[in-house]
Design a protein around this ligand. Structure first.
Ligand SMILES: [Fe+2]
Length: 279
């Protein structure tokens, strides 16, 4: 049986990828951030998952504004790296797992949860920056990846509750896959940040830390946070945090927090990271 061993929450700030790609990780500005991910890389190397389900959002790269799936599951053999305006990031192509991705679609859709099947798609920083943070810069990624994109760029995004329910359905799908696999699930984006308007630069450290606490202490509180509350308390782009709730729900009721890191600022974003093992 395939097993979800852990959930990884992490911001996916594009400037983090640019810092790695341009050799700036040892500068005064970036060094503390990358140091904070070192224990996480060790955890990942020690646990060596076979598959990563990465819940992220596309930033108008794979999907332009002509079509915006609420939830899209990447079912391709591989996912090329998107050119986001300054050339594709110099990272390995992302290898998929079409058989398991199709199984997840079948299980979750027949559970009455409507997903978009995506057979061809490029992936942007929303997916590649978390991979860089956890696996560094390998010649080839050591995992197969099932990208799950969530619309958080155009109103209305799905609610936190809907994302949580999706996570439960994905858990059931993975557990019914008859192959001995270790799976990790990423929830990416956030934490507090706002990138435009008079409140640009807003960061709410208390909101972020309470969110990290309640992933294990009181996930139901997080499920009930409305879009307006995210925006008011933690900035418009903090709505990305609903994607962490997909991850959290794939882990079942009991989790143990085994690592956490929080850092401000990174390109005007509150950067949060957590590893929750499923118990
Ligand atoms: Fe984002």
């Amino acid at each position: 049986m395939a097993r979800i061993i852990a959930g990884i929450g992490t911001s996916h700030t594009p400037a983090i990828g640019a810092a790695v790609d341009n050799g700036k990780t040892e500068t005064d500005y970036w060094k503390p951030l990358f140091k904070g991910y070192e224990p996480a890389k060790k955890w990942m190397a020690d646990n060596a998952p076979d598959v990563a389900i990465i819940v992220y959002n596309d930033h108008a790269n794979a999907f332009d504004f002509s079509i915006i799936p609420t939830f899209g599951v990447g079912c391709a053999d591989e996912f090329p790296i998107a050119d986001e305006g300054w050339g594709a990031r110099p990272v390995p192509i992302v290898k998929g797992y079409p058989e398991l991705a199709s199984h997840i679609c079948q299980s979750v859709i027949l559970d009455e949860f409507d997903l978009t099947i995506v057979n061809e798609m490029q992936v942007d920083h929303g997916l590649t920056v978390p991979m860089t943070l956890l696996w560094d810069s390998p010649k080839a990624w050591p995992v197969r990846v099932i990208p799950i994109s969530v619309n958080v760029v155009q109103y209305p995004p799905p609610t936190g509750h809907r994302c949580f329910e999706l996570g439960k359905a994905i858990r059931k799908a993975v557990q019914s896959w008859d192959e001995d696999l270790k799976v990790v699930v990423f929830g990416t984006g956030g934490m507090s940040h706002q990138i435009q308007g008079p409140r640009a630069g807003l960061i709410n450290q208390k909101f972020d830390k309470d969110f990290l606490d309640d992933l294990s202490r009181d996930p139901q509180r997080l499920v009930n946070i409305s879009h307006v509350e995210y925006m008011r308390e933690a900035g418009a782009e903090a709505v990305e945090l609903v994607m962490w709730l997909v991850m959290r729900a794939t882990l079942g009721d009991k989790v143990e927090e085994v690592y956490r890191f929080y850092h401000v600022p990174a390109s005007s974003t509150g950067v949060g990271h957590i590893i929750l093992e499923s118990r």
